[in-house]
Write a protein that binds this ligand. Structure first.
Ligand code: GRF
Length: 213
């Protein structure tokens, strides 16, 4: 099968990138990471890409804190398109993307978020989950739209919130699930087993549950 070409945008540690690289290089998902782009020069994600012999590009974000300058956002899209990227994978990318970028990849930008959306969008969500008193939290892979963490949900995984959790212990428990469901979601997309119907994403889960087609 022809592999799905993905480009990863990451600002930090890149453990989700690593999970995708590992599954990809082991031949467990039909996905090839063709480029990694970061807005942070010393992001560990860039080193992880280089170690895996994947082109790693740092593009300074410009003067804004939570978004890219419009001209720079165009550069991001160009780099991805030049590398033949079919699906853009946000993996801890800390900037909001706008319509021009999203329209270059219609229904082809995905993100992972460490809560059970639509609960707790935005930042510091493990603390918000603990302070909010919820007993369960988790991870969500979703398509990206112009809002913040508000696009159609592809996959979710649930973890308990324990009485003695700190944001760090909860984050670590959620990350284990992130590393499982992000590659799974990409495999579903690679095999075209996903259909968007309004807010709903209909996924043929048999693929990731190991059944025969
Ligand atoms: C993850 O918790 C992800 O859900 C959020 O940012 C974090 C990135 O972690 N969007 P990493 O850089 O993949 O390790």
């Amino acid at each position: 099968m022809k592999k799905l070409k993905v480009g990863v945008l990451a600002s930090g540690n890149g453990s989700n990138l690593q999970a995708i690289l590992d599954q990809s290089l082991a031949g467990k998902i039909d996905v090839e990471v063709v480029v990694v782009v970061s807005d942070v020069e010393d992001a560990r994600a860039l080193n992880r890409a280089r170690t895996a012999a994947v082109p790693a590009v740092y593009v300074p974000p410009g003067k804004f804190r939570t978004k890219l300058e419009p001209e720079i956002e165009k550069q991001y899209a160009e780099i991805l398109l030049t590398n033949g990227v079919e699906v853009v994978v946000l993996a801890g990318f800390m900037r909001i993307l706008h319509d021009d970028f999203l329209n270059a990849f219609p229904d082809r930008v995905v993100n992972i978020h460490p809560s059970l959306l639509p609960a707790f969008p935005g930042l510091d969500v493990q603390k918000k989950a603990i302070d909010g008193g919820v007993k369960w939290s988790g991870a969500t892979v979703h398509f990206v739209n112009a809002g913040v963490d508000s696009g159609p949900i592809i996959l979710q995984a649930v973890v308990p919130v324990l009485d003695d959790d700190t944001p760090e212990t909860l984050a670590a428990r959620i990350l284990v699930e992130e590393h499982r469901i992000y590659p799974e979601a990409l495999q579903l997309i690679a095999h075209k087993r996903i259909r968007i119907d309004g807010r709903r994403v209909i996924a043929d889960r048999a693929l990731i549950e190991g059944e025969q087609w």
